[in-house]
Design a protein around this ligand. Structure first.
Ligand code: HMG
Length: 397
């Protein structure tokens, strides 16, 4: 068994956390009506109401920069020597999307910047890397962004689970929001449940296999967590799951309850997770950002005081890698939340008609990219202006 790091002496974790999302929203009610599907399948069956959609001049970089700007505006750049960008919708095969964010935010040059990928898992992978960097030198801070646009083919089973968002958070010693505990359970196995080849904008998925693979990984990661000294199930007060659609979290928690020998009633489980599902239900799948949206939803919509509560966090990335770990909520966390900005980001989205939504969808295949300009749509602080000489052009607004 690994010897746990003593976080009681030097807690490390999330000091500040926020999200940004697309300029547009698309109601699943509209999709259901156009496709002749009972909307109950979306609202109740998969637990989704609305999907965020980026404008033509937004992408993973602009959303990530918008979220990260909020962190920098509040905390400054002192101590930040690493910027980790987690995504599975990368905009370049070589250059890290993080370097574009670094430029847009005007961060100091004495920063290491990299992009990390393993489907939806890499946000939590980046968090673990960040914890390691800060454990080695508690003076350092790490800025992590997890940003994705989830896209499936039009008229496919995955279409109602699309979405877009970026989470940004600061990892440091003596954090103000979540002190991450040392025990962690990890699980990797090679399964072809969901993937996106280089020539496609849209993911390929075996939906039913992906659900089974997720549930299998929950059990595997949890067992490893227990084998590495993790807290008992009964000592965990709240659970946040990766939410490709919110009903998946309910399925996962029921599976975990059964795995530890407890009964698993669907309605009770859904009620138990309710406060963790608000943002994902209104945004859709945001891949790497999704589990952090679940955490923000818990922190910002639960009326109980969460100070001292232990939260179990489960990340799943198809293909597949999962991790289960816990953290405790720090005294004074309420003062650091960005609930008002998040409400504004959700409420101010411009709704899309069905035709406008279809027009914005990029289709399946990645075509040869020639120079183009995008229309000015977003009112976020940063925009993607188009492509010139094969380079992506980003602008501060
Ligand atoms: P589907 O075949 O269209 O839907 O695909 P369904 O027939 O399975 O119905 C879904 C649920 O709605 C069912 O409930 C139905 O009973 C219910 P369940 O049996 O699951 O409890 N239902 C209704 N409920 C109320 N009123 C109605 C009604 N009709 C049906 N009228 C599927 C669903 C999720 C497979 C599809 O959307 C899909 O392929 N999604 C994409 C894949 C996905 O999200 N997988 C999740 C696990 S993998 C993961 O999390 C990783 C991922 O984020 C990627 C990454 O890691 O990068 C995806």
């Amino acid at each position: 068994m690994n010897a746990p790091v003593n976080t009681a002496v030097n807690p490390i974790g999330i000091h500040d956390i926020t999200f940004a999302t697309g300029h547009h929203s698309f109601a699943l009610e509209t999709l259901a009506a156009k496709h002749g599907i009972d909307v109950g399948k979306f609202h109740k069956g998969i637990g989704q109401e609305v999907m965020s959609q980026p404008a033509a001049d937004e992408d993973i970089v602009t959303m990530a920069a918008t979220a990260a700007k909020r962190i920098i505006d509040r905390n400054g750049t002192d101590g930040i020597r690493t910027l980790l960008f987690a995504t599975e919708s990368g905009v370049d095969q070589s250059k890290s999307a993080g370097v574009y964010v670094h430029g847009l935010l005007g961060l100091p040059s004495r920063v290491r910047t990299i992009e990390m990928k393993q489907a939806c898992y890499s946000g939590v992978g980046a968090l673990q890397v960040a914890l390691g960097i800060v454990a080695r030198n508690p003076q350092e801070k790490v800025l992590v962004v997890a940003s994705d646009v989830a896209r499936y083919d039009l008229n496919s089973g995955g279409e109602p689970t699309q979405g877009a968002a970026a989470a940004a958070f600061l990892v440091q010693a003596n954090p103000g929001i979540l002190a991450v505990e040392p025990a962690s359970g990890v699980y990797t196995y090679d399964v072809q449940d969901f993937w996106r080849p280089n020539d496609r904008h849209t993911a390929l998925v075996d939906g039913k296999l992906s659900i089974d693979a997720y549930l299998n990984a929950v059990r595997g990661a949890y067992d490893d967590f227990i084998d590495h000294g993790g807290a008992d199930f009964a000592a965990i007060d709240r659970f946040c799951y990766h939410q490709p659609f919110t009903k998946m979290a309910v399925k996962a928690h029921m599976a975990l309850r059964e795995h530890v020998g407890l009964s698993a009633d669907k309605a009770e489980t859904a009620a138990e997770l309710e406060t963790t599902m608000h943002y994902n239900r209104m945004i859709g799948n945001s891949y790497t950002a999704s589990v952090f949206l679940a955490l923000m939803s818990l922190l910002e919509t639960e009326s109980d005081n969460l100070v001292g509560k232990r939260v179990g966090i489960l990340s799943y990335g198809s293909g597949a890698v999962a991790e289960f770990f816990t953290g405790t909520i720090v005294d004074g966390y309420q003062k650091l939340l960005h609930a008002d900005e998040h409400k504004k980001a959700l409420d101010s989205r411009e709704p899309l008609t069905y035709d406008a939504y279809r027009d914005l969808h990029p289709g399946t295949r990645v075509a040869d990219i020639t120079d183009y300009d995008t229309p000015e749509v977003t009112d976020a602080p940063f925009r993607f202006a188009g492509v010139k000489d094969h380079s992506r052009i980003y602008q501060r607004r």
